[in-house]
Design a protein around this ligand. Structure first.
Ligand SMILES: Cc1ncc(COP(=O)(O)O)c(C=O)c1O
Length: 408
C-alpha cells in the first residue's frame, strides 16, 4: 500500500510547526502570561472604527467587496496605502503597489519569483523566523550578517559580498532586512548604515527586501527614513529595493492587508505569482481597510497604540531591572514590540523556558532566530500583548523560573 504521506514534499515534511505558534497554543490557560508572540494587544484594535468602515464598505461598494477583483489590489485601497506611505515619509503612487495577504506573503512571492533551489540569500543574524522558513522550503542557501545595537552590520555585509564576488561564497541575489525595530533584536539602523547598505546592493546586484511592519510604532527618538525613501540618494538603488509594508501591527493582523512597493519588473512577477496563489486579497477586507485609512481613522488611532506600547516597554524595562538584574542583559528599543537580550548563564533559554512555563509565563528562546551560529543564551520578550501589570508579574515569574533553574 502506498502511503499518501510519502507524497508530501520533503521540505514540508521536515519544516515542523513554528515554536512561536506552539507557544501561542499554551494561551488557552488563562493564567498564562504571554511574553512570547508579537501579537498586538487585542484591546488596542479599533473595533468600533473597523465595524463602521466595514458597514460603509458593504453599503457603498458592495460589488467591490463581493466580486473578484484585480490581483494587484483595488485602486482605492492602493491610493489609501500611497497616502499612508506619504505620511510615513516615503511618497509613492498607487501604481507602484501590489496588495498582499500580509508581508509574509509578500516575502514568499519575492522568493518564489527571484530564487531557485541552490541560490543564496542574505539574512540578519538573528532575524524573523517567517522568512527563514520560506527560504528553507525554497531550498535557498542562507548566508548571515551580524546585527549589533544599530542593526545590520554593513561592514560585515561588505566583506561577505566581496568574498562572494571572489567566488569564495555563493553570490546572494536577495537580502532580507528589518531596518526599523527589528524582530527579534528591536534594533534600528541609522541613516549612514542605510545608505551604505543601498550602495552595496547596487554595487553587488542584491535585491533588498525591506520588511517594515513596526516602523510607525515609535515611542521615543526621531524617525529614520525607510530604505525605500532613500533610493534617489544612491544612483541605481531604485531598481533594487522591494519595500514590504503591512497594516498588521497598526490596524490588525486579521485584516491580512499588506503591500509590496518596488520596481515594476519585480513587482509584476510577484503579481503573477499571487494570481496563482489566491487571485487577490479579499475584496471585503480591502474595501474595509480602504474606508478605515481614507477616513483618517488609522492616523487618529495610531497614537493610542504607540502610547500603550510606550507604557508596556517601560513596565518591562523596570521589571527587568528589579527581577533580573545581573542575570539578563537586554536592549531597550525606541519602538516596536520586542526586547532582546542574553542570559548571563549557565542556564540557557530553552532550559529556562521549561521552568517559565511551569511558572505560567512564556517567552521565545532566541536560538530559533538564527540561520546559523545560534546563541543559546538569547531570548526575546514581547511587550505587545499583556497589560503593564501583567508584564511586571510575567517578568517576576521569569525571575522565579531562573531561581528554580539555578537551584537545579
Ligand atoms: C518582521 C516581521 N515581518 C512580517 C511579519 C508578519 O507580518 P504580516 O502579518 O504582515 O504577514 C511579522 C510578524 O510578526 C514580523 O515580525
Amino acid at each position: 500500500m502506498i502511503d499518501p504521506e510519502s507524497y508530501v514534499a520533503p521540505a514540508y515534511r521536515s519544516i515542523g510547526e513554528s515554536l512561536v505558534r506552539e507557544l501561542a497554543r499554551l494561551m488557552v490557560d488563562p493564567a498564562m502570561i504571554a511574553l512570547a508572540g508579537g501579537y498586538p494587544g487585542p484591546e488596542l484594535f479599533d473595533r468600533e472604527g473597523l465595524r463602521e468602515a466595514s458597514d460603509q464598505a458593504l453599503r457603498e461598494a458592495p460589488t467591490a467587496c463581493l466580486q473578484y477583483g484585480p490581483t494587484d489590489g483595488m485602486l482605492p485601497l492602493r491610493e489609501a496605502i500611497a497616502g499612508w506611505m506619504h505620511d510615513c515619509g516615503t511618497p509613492c503612487s498607487a501604481d507602484d503597489l501590489l496588495v498582499t495577504a500580509g508581508s509574509q506573503q509578500g516575502f514568499d512571492l519575492l522568493v518564489r519569483t527571484l530564487l531557485r533551489p541552490g541560490d543564496a540569500a542574505l539574512v540578519e543574524r538573528p532575524t524573523y523566523t517567517g522568512p527563514l522558513r520560506v527560504l528553507k522550503v525554497a531550498g535557498v542557501q542562507t548566508l548571515t550578517v551580524g546585527v549589533d545595537a544599530q542593526g545590520l552590520d554593513v561592514d560585515e555585509l561588505e566583506s561577505i559580498l566581496i568574498e562572494a564576488r571572489r567566488g569564495k561564497l555563493p553570490r546572494p541575489k536577495l537580502l532580507y532586512v528589518v531596518p526599523t525595530f527589528a524582530n527579534p533584536s528591536g534594533a534600528t539602523m541609522p541613516l549612514a548604515r542605510r545608505l551604505k547598505l543601498l550602495q552595496l546592493a547596487v554595487e553587488h546586484g542584491v535585491v533588498v527586501a525591506e520588511d517594515d511592519p513596526y516602523g510607525q510604532l515609535r515611542f521615543e527618538g526621531e524617525p529614520v527614513p525607510h530604505l525605500a525613501a532613500l533610493v534617489d540618494q544612491v544612483p541605481g538603488a531604485r531598481n533594487w529595493v522591494m519595500h514590504l509594508g503591512s497594516f498588521s501591527k497598526v490596524i490588525a493582523p486579521g485584516m491580512r492587508t499588506a503591500w509590496i512597493m518596488g520596481p515594476a519588473p519585480l513587482r509584476r512577477a510577484c503579481t503573477l505569482a499571487k494570481q496563482l496563489d489566491d487571485i487577490s486579497n479579499p475584496g471585503f477586507t480591502q474595501m474595509t481597510v480602504q474606508r478605515y485609512v481614507a477616513a483618517g481613522r488609522l492616523n487618529a488611532h495610531l497614537p493610542v497604540i504607540v502610547e500603550a506600547y510606550r507604557q508596556r516597554a517601560a513596565a518591562m524595562r523596570d521589571a527587568i531591572a528589579e527581577h533580573l538584574a545581573g542575570r539578563f542583559d537586554c536592549n531597550v528599543p525606541q519602538g516596536g514590540m520586542f526586547m532582546w537580550g542574553q542570559l548571563r548563564g549557565p542556564i540557557d533559554a530553552r532550559a529556562l523556558l521549561k521552568h517559565a512555563i511551569e511558572e505560567k509565563v512564556t517567552f521565545v528562546p532566541g536560538d530559533i532566530y538564527f540561520a546559523d551560529q545560534p546563541d543559546p543564551l538569547a531570548l526575546r520578550l514581547s511587550f505587545a500583548t499583556p497589560s503593564p501589570q501583567q508584564i511586571r508579574e510575567g517578568i517576576a515569574r521569569i525571575g522565579r523560573a531562573l531561581d528554580r533553574a539555578q537551584r537545579g
